[in-house]
Design a protein around this ligand. Structure first.
Ligand SMILES: C[S@@+](CC[C@H](N)C(=O)[O-])C[C@H]1O[C@@H](n2cnc3c(N)ncnc32)[C@H](O)[C@@H]1O
Length: 365
């Protein structure tokens, strides 16, 4: 806390079109210890590229934007510089040193008219309404979800980051139950389950206020989940959203099923991204190639059914060498099933074939 020696303790980093002053010693990957204050993590540039693309794609629906846990302000500043909307941007962080650094960063990037606050996010969310709220905490976002839902205007957008992936993906089942009211177990598809539990918990929180939460894009990468949800009001819409909640079952021989009854969940069983949104993204040349690669796979995966398989799992169940992913996809498609790659696993795939058909098609002939 306290004053920052802007001359001595800071370095400038470039991210997107922004120049950002950050502490000389900062986090370069995650998860891990929080290094430096105010916080900056270079490894989180990827979700910020995606946030910029989402903001730009939805800019006609969004005016009042809140970067609720702004730290050094990189997200809010990038949206102002890159997303081309008539936004009224508020950047908030309860730490005074972060507040001071956000002001400095706005100034060096020539961003005018943004509001900088130094408040507890929950207090701010209780007092004001926004069209877009981004909540990027250390760990779980649950403590901000209810107030964010109340703060959003009709058809508002909620963006959440969760870095408690170990809890959501089944490494700490009791923590998951406590935070998200859901059971998670370790499995080859645990990151997909973790993401679906996170989305499911927001759908249930929204349902308590007769609101409907619909994922526009939800993904896992490295050490975090990021979800963008549209929040609409009305009991009927809310019922419809809740109808996509279900459970998963993981049985011997890698058999997995989704139903209204099972040991894993409750979790979101519907689509994790909206194809129309992905198709409207305009990735920029200055963004790394991985952004395009993810968008391409999300488009393939948009309508795919849960839950993913991996070629290694298939090989171990069938006692065969792991088949190359492209051949698995080809075989399934030729047999008339849907098959897609997935960003959850480099050797992963999703298919409309059930496990019996899958093992019959890929097994030794
Ligand atoms: C993970 S960092 C945010 C990183 C930032 N969004 C970025 O893209 O670099 C979390 C920030 O939330 C702030 N914070 C934590 N709890 C808060 C609260 N209740 N109200 C406001 N700020 C809070 C911390 O001071 C910290 O700067």
């Amino acid at each position: 806390m306290g004053e920052i020696d802007l001359a001595g303790d800071l370095v400038e980093v470039r991210e997107g079109l922004a120049r950002i002053l950050v502490p000389k010693t900062h986090t370069v990957r995650g998860p891990g210890k929080v290094v430096g204050s105010p916080f900056y993590n270079r490894a989180m540039a990827f979700p910020r590229h995606i946030s910029v693309l989402v903001m730009e794609a939805l800019s006609s629906k969004v005016r009042r934007v809140l970067d609720g846990l702004a730290s050094c302000g990189v997200l809010g500043i990038r949206c102002a510089l890159e997303a081309h909307g008539s936004f009224e941007i508020t950047l908030n962080d309860r730490k005074r040193d972060a507040h001071d650094l956000v002001k400095k960063n706005l100034e060096i990037n020539g961003v005018q008219g943004a509001r900088v606050l130094c408040e507890d996010l929950n207090v701010l969310l209780c007092r004001e309404h926004f069209d877009y709220v981004d909540v990027d905490p250390f760990g779980s976002p649950v403590r901000f979800v209810d107030n964010a839902l109340r703060s959003l205007s009709p058809r508002g957008l909620l963006a959440l980051t969760a870095t408690d992936t170990a809890a959501l993906a089944g490494n700490y089942p009791r923590t998951c139950l406590r935070r998200y009211g859901a059971v998670s177990v370790r499995s080859p598809f645990s990151h997909e389950v973790g993401l679906r539990i996170l989305v499911g918990s927001i759908v249930r929180s929204a349902g308590r206020y007769d609101l409907a939460a619909r994922p526009l894009l939800a993904f896992w990468r490295e050490h975090y989940y990021k979800v963008f949800l549209e929040i609409t009001s009305g009991a009927r819409r809310s019922d419809e959203a809740v109808s996509h909640l279900g459970y998963a079952e993981y049985q011997p021989r890698g058999i997995r099923t989704i139903s209204s009854d099972g040991e894993i969940g409750p979790l979101w069983t519907g689509p994790l991204c909206e194809l129309a949104l992905l198709e409207s993204f305009k990735p920029q040349d200055y963004m790394p190639a991985v952004v395009n690669r993810y968008i391409e796979i999300w488009q393939e995966e948009a309508m795919a059914r849960p839950l993913l398989y991996t070629t290694d799992e298939v090989a171990s169940v069938l006692h065969i060498p792991a088949p190359p992913l492209h051949r698995v996809l080809e075989t399934l498609r030729e047999a008339g099933f849907e098959a897609s790659r997935t960003t959850f696993h480099p050797k992963g795939f999703k298919t409309s074939a059930d496990w019996e058909e899958l093992y019959r098609l890929l097994g030794p002939s």
